[in-house]
Design a protein around this ligand. Structure first.
Ligand SMILES: Cc1cc2nc3c(=O)[nH]c(=O)nc-3n(C[C@H](O)[C@H](O)[C@H](O)COP(=O)(O)O)c2cc1C
Length: 159
């Protein structure tokens, strides 16, 4: 079971979230989790992963350009990500200043790919968002997200 956490980060906030998500995923039996910057993520990396979790800082209420570049590039493998589990997360400068629209902008692309998105009934329903540098509580939510998506993928593989 391979989990890929791919992210863009200019000042390190989204990167810290990415590492915590991978940590959470690694806690699930049989999971190998990799963290990669979007600039270093290849289409092969996407194809090889069972779970693809994408992170971006909130830029004008949307994903940052390097994230969009990878997603646009992924048209070359369109149809081949169908049925994989996906998720999105972000760090923004404020609260209610575009974080959820950023997450949704990423999830829209993953849905176009035919990927499976799991919400969270308890908290951060669309995916984890935090304001600037994640605190311990945010990092715990990230670990929870990684664990839940890895568990979902494990259940799908079993069925
Ligand atoms: C070009 C640019 C656009 C931004 N747009 C927004 C925005 O629309 N809403 C917001 O809350 N923060 C915005 N920010 C702030 C970043 O989302 C925030 O600082 C984030 O924590 C940076 O993450 P990083 O450390 O992973 O780069 C913007 C920052 C930049 C550089």
């Amino acid at each position: 079971m391979r989990v890929l956490v791919t992210y863009y980060s200019k000042t390190g906030n989204t990167e810290s979230m990415a590492r915590a998500i991978a940590e959470g995923a690694k806690g699930v039996k049989g999971v190998v989790a990799t963290v990669k910057r979007v600039e270093e993520t290849s289409l092969e990396d996407l194809l090889e992963s069972d779970v693809i979790i994408v992170g971006s800082p909130t830029y004008y209420g949307l994903m940052a350009a390097p994230v969009k570049r990878l997603l646009d590039e992924s048209v070359k493998i369109h149809g081949k990500l169908e049925g994989k589990v996906g998720g999105a997360f972000t760090s923004s400068g404020g609260s209610a200043t575009g974080a959820e629209t950023t997450i949704m902008s990423i999830l829209q692309a993953l849905l176009v790919h035919g990927m499976i998105i799991q919400g969270d009934a308890e908290d951060k329903h669309y995916g984890v968002a935090c304001v600037e540098k994640p605190g311990e509580e945010d990092l715990e939510l990230c670990r929870r997200m990684g664990r839940r998506l890895a568990e979902l993928a494990s259940r799908l593989v079993k069925d």
